[in-house]
Design a binder for this molecule. Sequence first.
Ligand code: NAD
Length: 465
Amino acid sequence: MDHITSIFNAQQVYKYTLRKNNVSERIAKLKQLKTSIKNSEALIYAALQSDLRKSAFESAVTELLFVYGELDFAIKNLGAWMAPKRVGKTLSNPFAKNRLYYEPKGVCLIIAPWNYPFQLIMSPLISAIAAGNCVMMKPSELSPETSKVVSKIIADTFETQEVACFEGDVEVSSALLKLPFDHIFFTGSTAVGKVVMEAAAKNLSSVTLELGGKSPTIIDETANLAKAATKIAWGKLVNSGQTCIAPDYVFVHQQQVDEFIGLYKAAATKMYFKSEANINPDAYGKIINAKHFERINHLVSDAVAKGATINWGGNADAQTQTIDPVVLTHVPTDAKVMEEEIFGPLLPIVAYTNLDDTIFQINAKSKPLALYIFSESSKNTNYIIKNTSAGGTCVNDVLVHIANPKLPFGGVNGSGLGSSHGVYGFINFSHERAIVFQRKIDFNKMVYPPYVGKDWVLKMLSKLM
Ligand code: NAD
C-alpha cells in the first residue's frame, strides 16, 4: 500500500497550494469535472446496467441528473458560500469586526457504497472540491464496473496530488483509514460506520457518516391509500429496494391492511411488471450479488419460520439475481426482517390500531435515516413529527427530500452524523474559522491584571452580558 502513503504525502503538501484558490479557480475545477462526466456518460450508463441492471432512464434520474444538479448548484452558489460571513459584535467588545471564514479541511477521504455507486461518490466529491480540499476516494468493490469508470474520470480530470481514486476492498479501505486525514466522509452501513469512526478517533479526524438503518412509514386512517401505495411501491422497489432511504416497513391501520395490500400490488405490478407474473427487467433492477441475494431470501424464510405470512411474491431467480417484490404480514418483532435494514424488495406491514403504538415502536429502535408519514391530518402529522426523530421526513411522499440541494441530507446518531448536499456538504468539508479583527480602540485592557480596584469592571460586564 506504499502508493497510498506516497499520494497522501503529496496531497499533504499540495493542500497548502489548493487552499489559496479563489472562487473562479474552484468553479473551473467543478466545470472540468462536469465535462469529464459528460464525456463518459455512455460508459457510466453501461457500468450501472452491468452492476445493478439499472435502466438508462433510472440511471439518469437517480445518478447522473442528481450529480449534475449538485454540480450546477455548487457552481451557481459557491461565491456566496465561500464569502466570509459577518457576525454580530459583543457589547463587551463593541468595536471589533467579527467574521466567519470557511477554510478547507485539507486532505479528505471519501468512502462510498455500491447501491448508487456513481452518485454517492461524486456528490461528496463535489462538496469537497467546492470547499477547496485534496481528496482520496474509494468506491465500492461490489459495483466494480462503475468504480472503474469513476476511477477513469478522476484520473482523466485531476492530478493525483489533488484527487486520487483507489479501487479495492476492505484491505484498501483499512489502509486508507490508518492515515491522519483532516476529514473522512463515509457512506455505508452503520456497522462499518463504527469502524470508520473508531479509526478516525485515533487521528482526531472529523467525520461525516451517512449510514443506513430501518426507515419506517406510517399511514394513518385519513391518508389517501391509493397515493400512498403507489409512492411506497416506487420508493421500495426502485433499485430493487437497495436504497438507503427506502421505506423499510409500513404501519397500516388494522382495518386498511387488506385494501392497502391490494393497492400496493396493483401499483407495483403497473410499474415493475411486464405481465401479472413477470418482472420487467428494463424497470426492475437486480440484487447486487449472490451474498445479498441469499441474505434477502433468508430474511423471508426466517420471518416465515417465525410465523409471518407471505401475502404476495416470493419468486427469486438466482441466475439473474432477481427477487420479486414481497409483502409480509403478521411478522413477529424478533424476525430478522424487523430487526435489520432490509435493503431489498420486501415490505413488512405492521397493523396498528393506536398511533401512539407506532411512535413507541419507532422510538424503541435506532433513530431512522428517514421517516415517512402519509396522512391528510395535520394534527396527526405534527404529532408524529414532534414525538419522533429522524434524519429526514417526507409527508405524503417518499425519497424526494434527498433531491432538494437546499435541504441537508443525513442521519441522526445510528443513521449518521453530519449532512451532505449543497451548502451543507460545503460546510461539512470546511472548517468554520472564527476571526476577530480588533480595532485600535478596544476595551479589553480593562480585564487585564492587576485586578485591584476593578470591581466596577465586573459589575459593568455582568450588566452588559
Ligand atoms: P458497507 O458499509 O459494507 O461498505 C461501504 C464502504 O466501506 C465500501 O466501500 C466498502 O469497501 C468499505 N468497507 C466495508 N467494510 C469495511 C471495513 N471493515 N473497514 C473499512 N471499510 C470497509 O456498505 P454497503 O453494503 O456498500 O452499502 C449499503 C449500506 O450503506 C446500507 O446500510 C445503506 O443504508 C447505506 N447507505 C447509506 C446512504 C446514506 O446516504 N445515508 C446511502 C447509501 C447507502
